[in-house]
Design a protein around this ligand. Structure first.
Ligand code: TYD
Ligand code: MG
Length: 419
């Protein structure tokens, strides 16, 4: 909620006001000109919001935010004549200019400021009155009156607090870029999560071309949304059809691979889940999983063992979700079950089959939400068979050209998937 302008945060007058007398914040969102970024923001930038953009070094934070800043400053989506202020504490203006030329942008209203002293930054912002501001990165900014080094917890937290107090009454949206560091030598973006309105994190492997931007907190939208981008020679380019991208290198006809129809926010995404089951050479079996919670995988392996009679004792099990995506919804359970059974039995899943469903401890396959969207995505990408919970099967209409098979427990599911 925005505060009413008559009671600015930090101002001396702060009287209690009846809720009914407060004008709800104008919903006028500003488009960044990048559809996938607008989507994770909940439909564009909310004026006065503080947006934290976190991720590993080199993943593409500066690139994405420079693209958005350039689009705002170039008047592509707004007719706001005010400049956009890009504060760079890490790179020189020349480096930013080099990146901008790579991206093919040079809007005259994009102002670069190489400064790390927060008082100076805010003074400049006050005098140039920008429509939006970028701080790249929050870990380089410092306050004179705090003795600890830039990047320390107290500096980062206090700087963000000051920026918040500056931005809110002016309705100025601010992007704060923050690095995630593994060794903890500088304060990570996590210390800021409660201060800001929106937290976006980059996911994905630097070794791969695609990047996923996920909202993990959003006071102005859903936190399930993801934006999918591909890093190209000319910056981050939105991926219109993520399912096709995630399935592009799928080894058809090999065992242990299955496609799951997963929901990311309101959007269905098809991803490949792989399992490899091999005899344990010695000692305790190894179980490792990437992209699915390891605890969930252990539970599903126990269910498979006990309810479907799969002899997994003495087997190492590796599970991997292709494309660096994280599947954290229960509907992915059936895919883990299917992939493990497929690898164990060395029988490939039909490449035109999609699965989804939650698995319970009794081995039952439970209904999940948003079935129509999942099926429609599968049909769109040319899948011809879907193995779904029986509870869902009974309620859904036919989807053109797709055979829908309802299963009620893991044993039935394994039979339906492996044929
Ligand atoms: P960058 O935005 O600098 O990352 P961060 O700010 O998160 O540290 O992106 C760095 C990587 O992106 C770098 O390795 C180069 C690559 N890149 C491209 O592949 N294409 C481009 O157009 C740009 C600008 C960067
Ligand atoms: Mg950067």
């Amino acid at each position: 909620m925005e505060r009413s302008p008559s009671a600015p945060p930090g101002g001396s007058r702060s009287a209690a006001v009846p809720l009914s007398s407060v004008e709800p914040a104008a919903s006028g969102r500003i488009s960044t000109g990048i559809g996938e970024l607008d989507r994770v923001l909940g439909g564009g930038i909310v004026p006065g919001s503080l947006i934290l953009v976190g991720g590993d070094p080199g993943i593409g934070k500066s690139t994405l935010i420079l693209q958005a800043a350039a689009s705002l400053a170039g008047g592509e989506t707004t007719d706001d004549p005010r400049p956009v202020l890009y504060v760079t504490g890490e790179e020189s203006p020349q480096q930013i200019a080099l990146r901008a030329s790579r991206l093919g942008v040079s809007p005259s209203r994009l102002l670069l400021l190489a400064e790390t002293n927060l008082a100076e930054i805010l003074r400049t912002a006050e005098s140039c009155g920008p429509q939006a501001m970028v701080i790249d990165s929050i870990q380089t900014v410092f306050l004179d009156e705090i003795s600890s080094a830039p990047g320390s917890i107290s500096q980062v937290r206090e700087a963000a607090g000051r920026i918040l107090m500056f931005a809110k009454p002016r309705h100025l949206p601010v992007f704060l870029i923050g690095h995630v560091t593994k060794d903890g030598s500088i304060a990570g973006p996590r210390v800021l999560e409660h201060i800001v309105d929106t937290v976006l994190y980059f996911e994905g492997d630097r070794g791969q071309a695609f990047r996923i931007v996920r909202a993990v907190k959003n006071r102005f939208g859903s936190t399930n949304e993801i934006g999918v981008f591909e890093m190209k020679g000319t910056g981050l380019s939105p991926v219109a059809n993520p399912s096709a991208l995630f399935l592009s290198e799928r080894p058809e006809g090999s065992s242990g691979s299955v496609v799951v129809a997963s929901m990311e926010g309101n959007r269905p995404i098809l991803v490949e889940l792989q399992a490899l089951v091999t005899p344990t050479p010695y000692g305790t079996p190894r179980r490792s999983s990437i992209g699915v919670d390891p605890g969930r995988v252990s539970l599903l392996l126990a269910v498979l063992e006990k309810r479907a009679g799969l002899p997994l004792i003495g087997q190492d099990v590796f599970v991997n979700v292709v494309g660096g995506i994280q599947l954290d919804e229960p509907a992915a359970d059936l895919a883990v079950v299917a992939a493990v059974a497929s690898s164990m039995r060395e029988r490939a899943v039909d490449p035109r089959t999609v699965v989804f469903g939650e698995v319970g401890l009794a081995g039952e396959v439970r209904a999940v939400a948003q079935v129509e969207a999942r099926l429609a995505e599968a049909a769109k990408l040319g899948f011809t068979r879907c193995v779904v919970p029986r509870g869902n099967r009974e309620k859904i209409a036919e989807v053109g050209g797709v055979e829908i098979v309802g299963v009620s427990d893991v044993r039935e599911a394994v039979d339906a998937v492996l044929g």
